[in-house]
Design a protein around this ligand. Structure first.
Ligand code: PLP
Length: 428
């Protein structure tokens, strides 16, 4: 099938299609199908935007009905029944059972939009400019989000100095050799330190792009306590780790902390539609009307699918319990695979996990071998040294095992321990 137009017309900036040149036409659950009928097992899940898989029938039917009935599609921030239903469901299913009282802001369609809104709000509320973020953090591609991102290649793309932010070491950055917050505590207390008091600290509980480093729960708790003592806002960027990825709806639940501001996007629509939320404590709601706005904040199709996804998966704890079993299955499988390579280790938490290889180029080779075997997995980390497994949270045990088997073969092939691939059978 023709791919010339992608080569000749589309910008060089594209990246996924370079590693995965197939032309994907249809998708269902954790499978994507190419134009010529090949089937690919998807352990990438739209980088976390498809936590419930592709085209979940209950959500697809709603989209079809909503469009067929001429429901309002675009509404800026005007009121619609779809937005009402989403907000009511979010309050009832997510906020109230967790004792969370957050105002909900629709900052724009993507993850980077919610990060920008969070940084702006923190600066406005505190009157301070400086933001602290962590080594290997990833928060998005717009200038504010890039300023708190670690990756040097992405930062360079800004083309201008990225200011008003500094990096501090994430959990275990020094391999446990240095007590966790010794530097931060000291400089915040020392008026001669020369470090401006920050407005906020922004953190991912698991660094999805930065190598699947998972902060320990006690480290997160200590961070939250330290910031509270110094009247500094805590922003949790749950764009990738949220919506169930780590095993609970918010990734910070297990740590028992309540961030001041939470960034949510990716899987909140449940259907891969663009949608983002910025959540913040009511006392932080100091925005002037329109002070932060944007054309695409009222994606009603996303509101419709988001409300139903919350009902389907989070209205009681049955899905979360089932997910806990699958997480165990995934981690057992990964540990077995890691044994094939000396020095390989498991990274991450929940269904945001992967295998880190001692030779940085192994992960890329494994992902390429997996692609040859009709499976999509990507890499993560500053040197792309981690193979990142992000299956849909509702994947069947059969498909999970199938993915682990392909991954095992791919690791063996990439490290010279296996012959030719055995391809998945195409669909009938
Ligand atoms: N924050 C985190 C933690 C992310 O992982 C990402 C994207 O991967 C973003 C923000 C940016 O989201 P988007 O690509 O939708 O702008």
């Amino acid at each position: 099938m023709a791919t010339d137009i992608f080569e000749t017309r589309e910008s060089q900036v594209r990246s996924y299609s370079k590693n995965w040149p197939a032309v994907f036409d249809k998708a269902e659950g954790c499978y994507q199908f190419t134009e010529d009928g090949s089937r690919y097992l998807d352990f990438f899940s739209g980088a976390g935007a498809l936590n419930y898989g592709h085209n979940l029938p209950e959500l697809r039917d709603l989209v079809v009905d909503y469009v067929s009935n001429s429901g309002v599609t675009h509404s800026m921030d005007m009121n619609t029944p779809a937005k009402r239903r989403f907000l009511e469901t979010f309050e009832r299913v997510i906020l109230e059972p967790r004792n969370l009282d957050y105002k909900v802001m629709f900052p724009g369609p993507t993850g980077t939009n919610t990060v920008e809104a969070a940084l702006k709000l923190a600066r406005k509320v505190t009157g301070r400019q400086h933001i602290l973020s962590f080594t290997n953090a990833f928060h998005g591609m717009t200038l504010g989000a890039l300023s708190v991102t670690g990756n040097s290649m992405k930062r360079k793309g800004a083309g201008i100095p990225l200011t008003n932010s500094s990096k501090i070491p994430y959990d275990d950055y020094f391999d446990g050799d240095i007590p966790d917050f010794i530097w931060l505590e000291k400089v915040l207390e020392d008026s001669g330190s020369g470090v401006d008091k920050p407005a906020a600290v922004i953190v991912e509980t698991v660094q999805g792009e930065g190598g699947l480093n998972a902060a320990r729960l006690e480290w997160l708790k200590e961070l939250a306590n330290l910031l509270r003592r110094h009247n500094i806002l805590l922003i949790v960027d749950d764009v990738q780790a949220g919506c169930g990825r780590t095993g609970t709806f918010f990734s910070f639940e297990e740590a028992g902390i309540v961030p001041d501001i939470v960034c949510v996007s990716k899987s909140i629509s449940g259907y891969g539609l663009a949608m983002a939320l910025t959540l913040f404590k009511p006392e932080l709601d100091v925005w002037e009307p329109g002070e932060h706005n944007g054309t695409f904040r009222g994606n009603n199709l996303a509101f419709v699918t988001a409300a139903r996804a919350l009902e389907l998966f989070w209205a009681d704890d049955s899905f979360q319990k089932e997910l806990a079993g699958k997480i165990e299955e995934l981690h057992t499988g990964m540990a077995k695979i890691a044994e094939h390579v000396r020095g390989a280790s498991i990274r991450g938490r929940g269904f945001l996990s992967g295998i880190c290889f001692p030779e940085p180029d192994t992960a890329g080779k494994v992902a390429a071998e997996a692609y040859k075997r009709n499976m999509l997995v990507e890499t993560s980390g500053p040197k792309d040294e981690v193979v990142k497994l992000m299956p849909a949270l509702n994947i069947s045990s059969d498909d999970l095992q199938k993915g682990l088997q392909i991954l095992e073969e791919s690791v063996l092939a990439a490290t010279g321990q296996l012959g030719e691939p055995s391809r998945l059978r195409p669909p009938h």
